[in-house]
Design a protein around this ligand. Structure first.
Ligand code: SAH
Length: 220
C-alpha cells in the first residue's frame, strides 16, 4: 500500500473504533472522541501487533505491561472532565498512548514511568509526533511528581491496593483523580474529587489493570 493509503486505512480503523467501541458504550465528551480519532494508536504498539491496534482489547507492550483497551482510555480521560487549560499528572506512562490523548486534551501533561525501556520508547514516539506539552520522568510514580504539583487532574493507569497519599496531596483544589483500586485481579475505577479541602469518592465500575509497583502501591 502507498503511504497515503496506509494512513487512510488507520484513519478509518480509528473512526470505526470511536463509533463501535466508544460512542456505542456511552462516551460523549466531544473533545475525548476527537482525541481518540486523532492519535495514531498503531504507532504505540509493537510492530507485530499493529493489525490489532484498534481492536477492542488491551495489548502487551513488553516487560509484563499492557496498553489499555481503547474504551478504558476514553472512559478514564472523560472522567477527568478536562477543558484544555489543565496541568495533568499521569502515573504509568507505559506505551505513551494515554499521555498522547491527555496531551490533546490538556495544557500540560507530566507522566511518570518506572521501567526505563518503556519510558525511552514512549519518549521517542511522543517526540516524533511533536508533542511538546508532555513531560516524562523515570521514577516511582506513587510519590507523584512534587516539582510541578499541584495538578488539576491525576490519572493512575496501574492498579493500587489503596490511593497513594502523596497523590492526594499533589491534587489541586478543586481537582479530580481517577485510579483503579482493588486487589491484583480486579479493581474498581475510582474517581476522587477534591473540593473545599474535602475528598469525594465515586465508583465508576470494574476494571483490570497491571500492578502499581512502588512505595505507596504494591511493594516489590
Ligand atoms: N498508560 C499506559 C498504560 C500502561 S500499563 C499506556 O497508555 O500505555 C501501566 C504502567 O504503569 C506500566 O508501564 C508500568 O511499568 C507502570 N507502573 C507500575 N508501577 C509504577 C510506578 N510506581 N510508577 C510509575 N509507573 C509505574
Amino acid at each position: 500500500m502507498k503511504k497515503a493509503d496506509v494512513n487512510d486505512h488507520y484513519r478509518i480503523a480509528r473512526e470505526r473504533m470511536v463509533k463501535n467501541q466508544l460512542v456505542a458504550r456511552g462516551i460523549r465528551d466531544p473533545r475525548v472522541l476527537e482525541a481518540m480519532r486523532r492519535v495514531p494508536r498503531h504507532l504505540f504498539v509493537d510492530e507485530a501487533l499493529v493489525d490489532q491496534a484498534y481492536q477492542d482489547h488491551p495489548l502487551p507492550i513488553g516487560y509484563g505491561q499492557t496498553i489499555s483497551q481503547p474504551y478504558i482510555v476514553a472512559l478514564m480521560s472523560e472522567a477527568l472532565e478536562l477543558e484544555g487549560d489543565e496541568k495533568v499528572l499521569e502515573v504509568g506512562t507505559g506505551s505513551g498512548y494515554q499521555a498522547a490523548i491527555l496531551g490533546e486534551l490538556a495544557h500540560k501533561v507530566y507522566s511518570v514511568e518506572r521501567i526505563p525501556q518503556l519510558l525511552a520508547r514512549a519518549r521517542k514516539i511522543l517526540d516524533s509526533l511533536g508533542y511538546n506539552n508532555i513531560f516524562l520522568k523515570l521514577d516511582d510514580g506513587t510519590w507523584g511528581w512534587q516539582e510541578f504539583a499541584p495538578y488539576d487532574a491525576i490519572i493512575v493507569t496501574a492498579a493500587s491496593p489503596q490511593v497513594p497519599e502523596p497523590l492526594l496531596k499533589q491534587l489541586a483544589d478543586p481537582g479530580v483523580m481517577v485510579i483503579p483500586v482493588g486487589d491484583e485481579f480486579s479493581q474498581n475505577l475510582v474517581r476522587i474529587r477534591k473540593v473545599n479541602e474535602q475528598y469525594i469518592r465515586e465508583d465508576l465500575g470494574g476494571v483490570r489493570f497491571v500492578k502499581l509497583v512502588g512505595d505507596h502501591g504494591w511493594r516489590q
